[in-house]
Design a protein around this ligand. Structure first.
Ligand code: GDP
Ligand code: K
Ligand code: MG
Length: 281
């Protein structure tokens, strides 16, 4: 008995609730996340000898602070650090769904991907090289069809194994080009000792959130007292510089780089048959 917790994260309509139901069956209860009217669902499942707690997070496209759902999902991950984050990805909308995946990896979450709607992707003529996708993202991937339960046993075993290797949360690093990297580095340096208040989040993550003008992070930063003014000044300057150099807001530039990384991964792992197969029934 290891007391593992899995959290399900994913875009709205990726099949998260279907997967949660397929995993937990009747062993679930519904409540709210503390202090907000966002529904939370929890359940348990037995994976061989382990009873695992499973938490269904609100659906979100991103881990920014734009919507309540995103904030709730992100705060849950940061505050509770579940042993495994099962990232429910809609395979038939792979490129868009990977935007959240990249952010989970940058946060440092131990991710296992449920490549859900695998049936729909195949029907649409998509051929996904799952092994290569797994290698490029550096995470285990299990194709699933939540509606029928296909792949769910394999997914649970993969998640259990990932949870048991007790790897700490380790932030993955994606590159954002020399101008943005310089900006991140500057903000990171200005954080100095303040960065300790954010553990296990990395100074790089906090610096990127400052650069992206993340309301929640800036709000928290302002409670930390000494040295914060300096960070805010360095951030504002860095944002100005990027606006001048790249003719866009830093958060957009960062988003574009993320889409670039994803597009590279997508193009080297997905083949699309020209015409979808027609059902002859
Ligand atoms: P959520 O918004 O992420 O919680 O998604 P839901 O679980 O509500 O699923 C959205 C829709 O997709 C529902 O109509 C499900 O029946 C359907 N669905 C879920 N998983 C699959 C799957 O693997 N394949 C197919 N074809 N449909 C699925
Ligand atoms: K839905
Ligand atoms: Mg749902």
């Amino acid at each position: 008995e290891h007391g593992l917790t899995f959290a399900l994260a994913g875009n709205p309509n990726s099949g998260k609730t279907s997967l949660f139901n397929a995993i937990t069956g009747a062993r679930q209860h519904v409540g709210n996340f503390p202090g907000v009217t966002v529904e939370s669902k929890e359940g348990t499942v037995k994976v061989e000898q382990d009873t695992v707690r499973v938490v269904d997070l609100p659906g979100s496209y991103s881990l920014t602070a734009y919507t309540l759902e995103e904030v709730v999902a992100r705060n849950y991950l940061i505050d509770h650090r579940p042993d495994v984050v099962i990232d429910v990805v809609d395979a038939s909308n792979l490129e868009r769904n990977l935007y959240l995946t990249i952010q989970l990896l940058e946060l440092g979450a131990p991710v296992v991907i449920a490549l859900n709607m695998f049936d729909a992707a195949e029907k649409n003529g998509m051929r996904i090289n799952v092994e290569e996708l797994s290698r490029l993202l550096g995470v285990p991937i299990v194709p699933t069809v939540a509606r029928t339960g296909q792949g769910v046993e394999d997914l649970l075993r993969a998640a259990r194994d990932r949870g048991l290797d007790k790897s700490q949360w380790i932030a993955r690093r994606f590159e954002y080009g020399s101008d943005v990297e310089k900006a991140i580095k500057g903000i990171q340096e200005s954080l100095g000792g303040l960065a300790r208040s954010w553990l296990p989040l990395t100074p790089r993550w906090v610096a990127m959130k400052c650069l992206e003008d993340d309301e929640e992070v800036i709000k928290k930063l302002k409670t930390l007292g000494d040295g914060v003014q300096k960070v805010l000044q360095v951030t504002a300057k860095a944002q100005d510089k990027i606006r001048k150099l790249m003719d866009d807001e830093a958060e957009n530039v960062i988003a574009d780089f993320r889409y670039g990384h994803i597009n590279g991964i997508f193009r080297s792992t997905v083949r699309q048959r020209k015409r979808p197969r027609l059902d002859m029934s």
